[in-house]
Design a protein around this ligand. Structure first.
Ligand code: PLP
Length: 348
């Protein structure tokens, strides 16, 4: 089998020749001593973009999220979010394993933020009777929800209502770049809706490694302690930060191409297999298909498409996920649409 379009995830991007060149030339120092100029430059740049005072380079988005949560909640406190959130489903119970944090969740259609559900669920001060809610997590865009963009008005409403009662907001912005490119909303406007924000450089932006956590100066000082404690203190890591800076210079605006390709695929597939997806729901680079609507199980469809060189990921028995990124062009998209269209249109 030859792989034609690897749409399993936007983490699969490989650094371009230009990015590798930028990495080779990077100035470096020992970042645990705070002496890597390229890391410092990346942190300053991301903090400014997100409208926060400071930022910290992290090896992974999971660590950025978990350090963010740890700043807001400790053992015996809770974090609430939606049931499809990455922090709940894909970080292997880290909040419980490392921080003794418990979690509760509400169900959200396509990962769309439900402010009323969040506010109804939170218990700002549980006293000696109930678990106190320390933090609400919002994911933007929403990965397993299908690249869903959260409306700024909802984020603002959540921010105001939680701030009034002293509950913190952590924004899992692994793909916040995609949200900003899709809507034209400034990253700093999204950033202003949270106490801590994590962003990934290693998804659609195409860097090989790296995430950044942004917050105020005091929290970033604490985050530095937690990062080292978790084993994430890194040394001459300007090599990797240079890839991130290169990505910010060259790979943000082009995300619009990924969004257009995902939308085009959704439109074609909705035409041959009505009910698998509403193209209006495809806000960014992620296509989640309800393949049960076309008589398939996700595992079966993903396997059959894989035989024809189109790789995807079954997120649950009904849903198959296909993600567009830097290494997927129009020709690959055409092939993916043809293969998926034929399979999805073949049953009723
Ligand atoms: C990928 C991702 C992360 C972080 O993942 P790592 O693999 O740990 O870098 C966090 N949140 C969301 C929504 C993601 O998609």
């Amino acid at each position: 089998m030859t792989v034609v379009a690897d749409l399993r995830s936007d983490t699969l991007t490989r650094p371009t020749a230009a990015m590798r060149a930028a990495m080779v030339d990077a100035e470096v120092g020992d970042d645990v001593y705070g002496e890597d100029p390229t890391v410092v430059a990346l942190e300053r740049r991301v903090a400014d973009l997100l409208g926060h005072e400071a930022a910290l380079f992290m090896p992974t988005g999971s660590m950025a999220n978990q350090v963010g949560l740890r700043l807001h909640a400790g053992p015996g406190q809770e974090v609430i979010t939606d049931s499809l959130a990455h922090v709940l489903r894909a970080e292997l119970g880290a909040a419980a394993a490392y921080s003794g944090i418990t979690t509760r969740s509400w169900v959200a259609e396509r990962g769309r933020l439900d402010v009323d559900a969040a506010l109804a669920m939170m218990v700002p001060d549980g006293g000696p009777y109930q678990v106190s809610t320390a933090c609400v997590v919002v994911e933007n865009t929403h990965n397993f929800g299908g690249g869903t963009v959260q409306p700024l008005s909802d984020l603002r409403r959540l921010r105001e209502a939680t701030a009034e009662v002293g509950v913190r907001v952590h924004l899992d912005g692994a793909r916040l770049w995609n949200a900003s490119v899709a809507t034209g909303v400034a990253l700093s406007d999204y950033g202003s809706c949270a106490d801590t924000v994590s962003v990934c450089l290693s998804k659609g932006l195409g860097a090989p490694v790296g995430s950044v956590l942004a917050a105020d100066v005091e929290r970033i000082q604490q985050a530095r302690v937690w990062r080292k404690r978790l084993g994430g203190g890194m040394r001459q890591v300007g090599l990797l930060a240079a890839a991130g800076l290169h990505a910010l210079d060259h790979h943000v605006d082009r995300l619009a191409q990924d969004h257009a390709r995902a939308r085009r695929a959704a439109e074609s597939l909705a035409a041959v297999a009505p009910g698998v997806v509403d193209p209006e729901d495809v806000h960014t680079n992620i296509l989640v298909l309800d393949v049960s609507a076309a008589g398939w199980s996700a595992g079966e469809l993903v396997a059959r498409a894989g035989e024809a060189g189109v790789l995807g990921y079954p997120t649950d028995p009904r849903h198959a996920r296909y993600v567009w990124h830097l290494d997927v062009d129009d020709t690959m998209t055409d092939h993916a649409v043809a293969v998926l269209g034929e399979l999805l249109g073949s049953r009723d």
